[in-house]
Design a protein around this ligand. Sequence first.
Ligand code: GCB
Length: 557
Amino acid sequence: MDWAGSTAHRRSGAGRGISRVCGTRSCGRRLVPEGAVRVPQGWGGQRIVLRFGSATHRAVVWVDDAEVAAHEGGYTPFEADITDLVVPGAEHRVTVVVNNTLSWQSIPPGHVKETPDGPRQRYFHDFFNYAGLHRSVWLYTTPRSYISDITVFTRLAGSTGSVEYHLEAVGGEEHEVHVTLRDADGTEVARAAGAQGGLTVEDVHPWRPGEGHLYHLHAELWGTSDTPADTYPLPVGVRTVAVEGSRFFINGEPFYFTGFGKHEDSPVRGKGHDDAFMVHDFALMEWLGANSFRTSHYPYAEEALEYADRHGIVVIGETPAVGLNAELGATLAEAVFTTFSEHTINTATQDVHRQAIREMIARDKNHPCVVIWSIANEPESHTGASFSYFDPLVAETRRLDPTRPVAFANFMTATPDRDLISGLFDVLMLNRYYGWYKDLADLAAAERHLEAELRAWTQKHDKPIIMTEYGADALMGLHGVMPSPWTEDYQADVLAMYHRVFDRVDAVVGEQIWNFADFATAPGLLRVDGNKKGVFTRDRRPKTSTRLLRERWREHR
Ligand code: GCB
């Protein structure tokens, strides 16, 4: 059982209204408090907020001796209004206790096994259970009357775009709301008044894959003074997403996903967000011609979505609901259990999962790059219990966002004859390992089995198929002339085999390889210093298969 604690401290100079309390850090043990935060002198009269980008998987926060926040869920932000607890100009101690214990009621789930040597954490997912504050911590201010949230929905009709907005304000009930929309060069293209409304954009420049064109929405809250009480800027990409039959459309044009399932993972940093690694990863995806990725298996740092918005990279956003599956648990944690039961994954877990969906959508709803909500990775999906579990979660996702398709990534053993839940969803996302966990070193059989399965899916559902995982481990530098698992050559051969099949099956609208880069996992007999299915090593050096991808994906565009 790992506990991590850290006292945040201000690292960078305070800007007006915003101050980074600490950068990212990963830690596995309790830390001794290190320092204090000075609240900038000029912040008097403002509302002062302490915000955490994430704390994995739960945290309690104190300012001096007062508890100000408690949060469950390791990958979404939370904040506390600390106005009444701090004095501008004074120093205050911020203390955070972070706990990464996984239980049947956490998302992702896990369990603690009692052994003669003490408790041991077991979990059912294939990435290392890092603990700590992996994203930035901010101190920021708002006026006392402030805009707390804006939601936008965009539409296209020929060359006309529209932006429907819903704004929420706190303490400004008597105030007026003014909204303007400007193009990237600053030209005003539309304006409206009121907390809800529509903005029409003639000759719209849509956001599209490969071209992250953004408008700038600027909302103002006006009271009696001659300056606005609050202002709120929001980048907006005007685009539509739709599924019809087995096609996936962005802006009415068929879209084919190329890219990866990724992880927030790098040497030394672990799960800590790192701007340099992020920009480098995007540059490598561009180098390969990839147009998309899935935030497997949890929402990524907001910086990644902002970058994807600006560069026209398409994103499948995923919750941390990974490992809700007894068939997987048996291999990963040597645990035999019933997935959904009173004592394992139950209604309390479902509530935590529902909350994880809510927090992901609340955070990411306005990002044009996000085109699908994936609400789970490889859950059990062949039982009545799995249907009862997912039915209300899909409904809740649609209620929160009626504009984006909903999906989950389907596990290898949940073949079309077994699966019971895919009818609830809009897109079939399949994770398949023919040529690796099945048909190892027999690519002829793998090719036959893969094609037969894909055709069986198309018989059962008229829905688009995205292969959200396929691949093979490869040790950098290992080569062979025979089809030899773990060689770079075999990884390339496996990928080429999948691509032949995708090109023969019409309903396949996307290919996302597992994985972009090698990553850290819990120890396992099949894990040699982590998972080696990356087409890049953990420090981002290209393996042989990257050549094949460059050729294929640069042509696909
Ligand atoms: C999967 C999981 C992914 C694993 C991968 C593997 O199906 O979704 O988290 O890392 O297989 O390499 O086994």
